[in-house]
Design a protein around this ligand. Structure first.
Ligand SMILES: Cc1ncc(C[n+]2csc(CCOP(=O)(O)OP(=O)(O)O)c2C)c(N)n1
Length: 312
C-alpha cells in the first residue's frame, strides 16, 4: 500500500476546480478514494451532488474516463463497461489494466439504484461500488432518504408539532451488501483516511465485486459548521453509529475499535438537524436512538468474534 508521502505525490484524479461547497465531505471522499487508484480508471457517477458539482459543462473535475448516469443505473452502466473491457481483452484488442468504480450518493444507492446495484453484485462483475453516504437527498433540497438517521429533521421529515424528525432508523445497506456474498464489503469514513485508502486498495485488488460505504457529512443538510466535516466523520465512528469494519469472503473484522465508546449525544449535538432531540419532551427519542446504536454495535462485535454471546 502506498505511503502518505507517496500518495501526496500522486496526481489527483478528482481534481480542483469543481463547485462543491467548501468543506464538502463527499468531495473529500471522491479525492481520497480516487487517490488509491493506481490503474486507468473508468468512473461512473449517478445523479447527485458529486456529479452536479464536478461535471459542469464544458468543465470536468475528472482526470479519468467518466460516465454520468441516471439516478437508478450507475451499477448497471459500470458492469456493462467492465463486461465490454473483458470482451476486448479476450479478443486481444486491449491490454491496459483498468479499474472500474461506480459512485453514488445514498439516495442513488440505498433507494433508487438499489436494484441495479444488487444485480451488478449478483452477476459478479469485477468492479467497486462506492457509496458516499451523506444521509439525505442533499442536492435537491435535503429530503430524507432511507439512510437518514432516526430523529433527523429534513425537508420531508421536518421537526414540528406532528413529528420530531424522521420516524424510522437508517437502513443498514452494508449488511444488505454482505448478504449478497460478495468477496469484499466495508464501511469507512473520511475521518480515518488511512483506513479508507487501505479499503479501496483492497477492494480494487479483489477479483469480483466489492462494495464500500463511506460516511460523508453534508454541512448543509446536517446543519454543521463547514469546518467541522472531519470532526463529525470521526465522531460518527467513535460513537459507534458508523463502525469501521470489513467483511472479506464472509469473515467480519473491525478495522478500528474506539478506545472509549462515546455517547451518541456527542455526535448528535451541534448538528442542527437534531436540535429538537435535546428538548425535554423528546428525551425518550434520544434513549431509543442510543439503544439502537448499542444493539447494532454489540451485534457487530459478536459477528467480529470480539464477544462470545450474541446480544438479544
Ligand atoms: C428517478 C429520479 N428521481 C428523482 C430525481 C431527482 N433527483 C436528482 S438528484 C436527487 C437527490 C440525490 O441524492 P443522493 O443520491 O443522496 O446524492 P446527494 O445529492 O446527497 O449527493 C434527486 C431526488 C432524478 N434525477 N431521478
Amino acid at each position: 500500500m502506498a505511503s502518505l508521502k507517496e500518495l501526496a505525490k500522486r496526481q489527483d484524479i478528482f481534481c480542483s476546480g469543481h463547485r462543491a461547497c467548501s468543506g464538502c465531505a463527499p468531495a473529500i471522499t471522491m479525492r481520497q478514494v480516487t487517490l488509491a487508484v493506481d490503474k486507468h480508471l473508468v468512473a461512473g457517477l449517478s445523479t447527485g451532488c458529486m456529479e452536479v458539482v464536478s461535471t459542469i459543462f464544458p468543465f470536468t473535475a475528472w482526470r479519468s474516463s467518466f460516465i454520468h448516469n441516471a439516478f437508478e443505473n450507475v451499477a448497471a452502466t459500470i458492469s456493462g463497461v467492465e463486461t465490454a473491457y473483458r470482451a476486448l481483452k479476450k479478443k486481444g484488442k486491449l491490454d491496459a489494466e483498468y479499474s472500474f468504480i461506480a459512485f453514488g450518493g445514498d439516495g442513488g444507492t440505498y433507494d433508487i439504484g438499489l436494484q441495479s446495484l444488487s444485480g451488478a453484485m449478483e452477476r459478479g462483475h469485477n468492479m467497486l461500488y462506492l457509496c458516499y453516504d451523506n444521509q439525505g437527498y442533499m442536492n435537491t433540497g435535503i429530503q430524507r432518504s432511507s439512510a437518514t438517521p432516526f430523529g433527523a429533521a429534513t425537508s420531508t421529515t421536518p421537526a414540528g408539532i406532528k413529528i420530531a424528525g424522521k420516524q424510522q432508523f437508517q437502513k443498514d445497506l452494508t449488511q444488505i451488501m454482505v448478504a449478497h456474498d460478495v468477496p469484499y464489503v466495508a464501511q469507512a469514513s473520511i475521518g480515518f483516511h488511512r483506513d479508507l485508502n487501505k479499503k479501496v486498495t483492497k477492494a480494487l485488488a479483489t477479483k469480483g465485486p466489492s462494495f464500500i460505504n463511506v460516511l460523508s457529512s453534508c454541512h448543509r443538510g446536517w446543519r454543521i459548521n463547514p469546518a467541522d466535516s472531519l470532526k463529525y466523520s470521526k465522531l460518527g465512528v467513535d460513537t459507534c453509529l458508523w463502525p469501521l469494519y470489513e467483511v472479506v469472503n464472509g469473515v467480519y473484522k473491525l478495522t478500528y475499535k474506539p478506545r472509549e465508546k462515546k455517547p451518541l449525544e456527542e455526535w448528535l449535538k451541534g448538528q442542527g438537524r437534531f436540535n429538537h432531540l435535546f428538548k425535554p419532551e423528546n428525551a425518550d427519542m434520544l434513549m431509543t436512538f442510543q439503544k439502537y446504536v448499542d444493539h447494532k454495535w454489540n451485534t457487530l462485535l459478536w459477528k467480529c468474534g470480539e464477544i462470545k454471546e450474541r446480544p438479544e
